[in-house]
Write a new protein. Structure first.
Lengths: 201, 367
């Protein structure tokens, strides 16, 4: 658009004309109010190109879809987690707490074919501390820790901001620990027996 | 008594519609949605707001002048509401038809100022006081051009009775006692030789009977915006500088009263504008030869059809003016105090005086 210096004109007709153009402007917006902004995805051609109509959305009922690579609430697919602790180590604010228990035998496979050998009786992420840097998702070897498009998860009690991802109940965790302790005892006993046998021999 | 209750109910419903419309119109003009939650399209929002206000605690500040503080909202609303007494709603329905309605209206509306000053002074708050002083200065000033504009209409109509003025502006003119043999000429000029008595419709509205009244209508409309403290003349309430002006200390029921009074004032000034300039309850559609639109859309006086058509036209014209008031509020920025006084004393008042003079001369031509 061509830039022009704005000169103030105070003659009667100019004033009337500028008043009328103001009214026309609001009237135009009022008439266009029947149009609504459509919830387009960010890659859509129309995303930045909806000059007419109401721009606001009825938020909890409607929302603009968030970009796929946006960083919002974390989710851990615990079935795929090999409890390698990498995420907890890289986290700059230390908001991931992991406790691991070795399994007595192989537990299974993750969906990408990695063997699982550890249980995680505790896998907590404190979303209140998390700075959504996304580092944990990049280091995760099995891609089980991901960002979801959920950004509206305010809580009344801050304790509820700690998300528990473990799939073991307390009893199960206790049982696994005892199994491990028993196996280790047995192995220690077997080792001791083997040692004794060698010493004898 | 019945008229009192009916007018009050009518007024309350109009105000509720208006308060809802205000929020929706504002929202649409600013590309927002406005209320959407309460009821379909948020239509119950205004009702719920009123209910909420009524439940709230009625706080009277410790340092306030209690008597003035408590009395002010009642006085303000009573003054505005009393104005509705002389408004003719249909050809045969006036709450109190008195011969000097216009004069009474101007007098009783001025009482409003006393109430505003009481509210501002009684609150014992600097913002309230400033707001009340500005408000009073503004209303007193703008009453002059408004009254002059009304005066020009009164001169053309030769009557202070709203109902008589209404009858003059339509096909029913000869039904009014005393106007039996009057004749309406186009633009009020007999020399043109076009008799519009039986054409009616828009051709007999006051702005057509004497085109100079179009100017007085505009003057009156601007002045009435100022009198009801509407933007762009809302410096008495200037949210950003005076918090809310004279009603900053009010809460609960008393605030609801002030709110109601403000919106009633808007309705009242629009009604008066419609009655004096825009043909009152008369239809805008003229009789065109055999197509007797004016008669079809007027109904029969004294019967239900007359009542309904009259009320319909009056209210629809009023709502158009009210919409214009809303649109103006969301279009123009607020005037400064000096601009406000400049507009009133140096622009509107001289023009209004000239219009009164011309209207007088026009009336001489009309005879
Ligand atoms: S996103 Fe960043 S801050 Fe949040 S848990 Fe992952 S590494 Fe920690
Ligand atoms: S980096 Fe991934 S696999 Fe490793 S513990 Fe964290 S979530 Fe589990």
């Amino acid at each position: 658009m061509e830039q022009k210096t704005i000169k103030h004109k105070f003659s009667f007709w100019h004033v009337v004309k500028s008043l009328a153009s103001g009214l026309r402007l609001t009237w135009k917006h009022f008439r266009n109010a029947k149009n609504r902004r459509t919830p387009e995805y960010v890659t859509d051609k129309n995303y930045f190109n909806q000059p007419e109509g109401l721009v606001t959305l009825k938020y909890p009922y409607e929302a603009i879809p968030v970009p796929d690579n946006g960083r919002y609430r974390l989710h851990n697919e615990i079935d795929d987690c090999i409890v390698c602790d990498l995420c907890a180590k890289i986290c700059p604010v230390n908001c991931i707490t992991i406790e691991s228990v070795k399994a007595t035998e192989e537990i299974g496979m993750t969906s990408d074919g990695t063997k699982k050998r550890l249980y995680a009786p505790v896998f907590d992420i404190d979303m209140a501390k998390c700075c959504y840097c996304g580092l944990c998702t990049t280091v995760c070897p099995t891609d089980c820790l991901t960002m979801t498009p959920v950004y509206d998860f305010a809580e009344v009690d801050i304790k509820n901001m700690i998300y528990h991802f473990t799939d073991l109940s307390l009893e199960q965790a206790e049982e696994k620990k005892q199994l491990l302790a028993k196996q280790q005892e047995e192995m220690a006993a077997a080792k001791a027996a083997a040692l004794a046998a060698r010493n004898k021999g | 008594m019945l008229a009192f209750v009916l007018t009050l109910v009518l007024l309350l419903s109009i105000v509720i519609v208006l308060a809802y419309a205000e929020r929706k119109v504002a929202a649409f003009m600013q590309d927002r949605m406005g209320p959407t939650e309460a009821g379909p399209y948020g239509s119950l929002q205004a009702v719920l707001d009123v209910l909420k206000l009524l439940q709230k605690e009625d706080i009277v500040p410790a340092a306030a002048d209690k008597k003035l503080f408590k009395l002010a909202p009642i006085l303000i609303f009573a003054a505005v509401f009393a104005g509705f007494a002389v408004i003719p709603f249909t050809p045969d329905l006036v709450p109190a038809g008195i011969g000097i309605g216009v004069f009474y209206l101007l007098a009783i509306i001025s009482l409003d100022v006393v109430g505003l000053l009481m509210a501002g002074w009684g609150s014992n708050n600097k913002y309230a006081m400033l707001g009340a002083m500005r408000s009073v200065a503004q209303i007193v000033s703008y009453e002059i051009p408004a009254a002059l504009a009304i005066l020009s209409a009164v001169m053309v109509c030769q009557s202070l009775d709203f109902q008589e003025i209404s009858y003059q502006q339509g096909v029913l003119m000869n039904f009014f006692p005393g106007l039996g043999s009057e004749v309406n000429w186009l633009f009020g000029l007999e020399a043109l030789g076009i008799n519009t008595t039986y054409v009616g419709g828009i051709t007999t509205w006051n702005i057509f009977r004497a085109p100079i009244l179009l100017v007085s209508f505009i003057i009156y409309f601007i002045a009435s915006l100022a009198e009801s403290n509407r933007a762009p003349f809302d410096i008495p309430e200037a949210e950003s500088e005076l918090v809310a002006g004279f009603h900053v200390e009010y809460s609960g029921f008393r605030f609801a009263m002030l709110f109601l009074a403000e919106y009633s004032m808007m309705v009242l000034v629009s009604l008066v504008a419609v009655i004096l300039f825009l043909g009152s309850w008369n239809t805008p559609l003229p009789n065109l030869g055999p197509i007797r639109l004016a008669y079809w859309t007027t109904g029969t006086v004294g019967e239900l059809s007359g009542m309904l058509w009259g009320g319909f036209w009056l209210l629809s014209k009023t709502f158009m003016l009210l919409f214009l008031q809303l649109q103006i509020r969301w279009t123009y920025p607020r005037l400064r105090v000096d601009q406000l006084m400049h507009l009133c004393w140096k622009v509107l008042t001289p023009i209004a005086l000239a219009v009164v003079l011309i209207a007088g001369i026009w009336r001489l031509l009309m005879i």
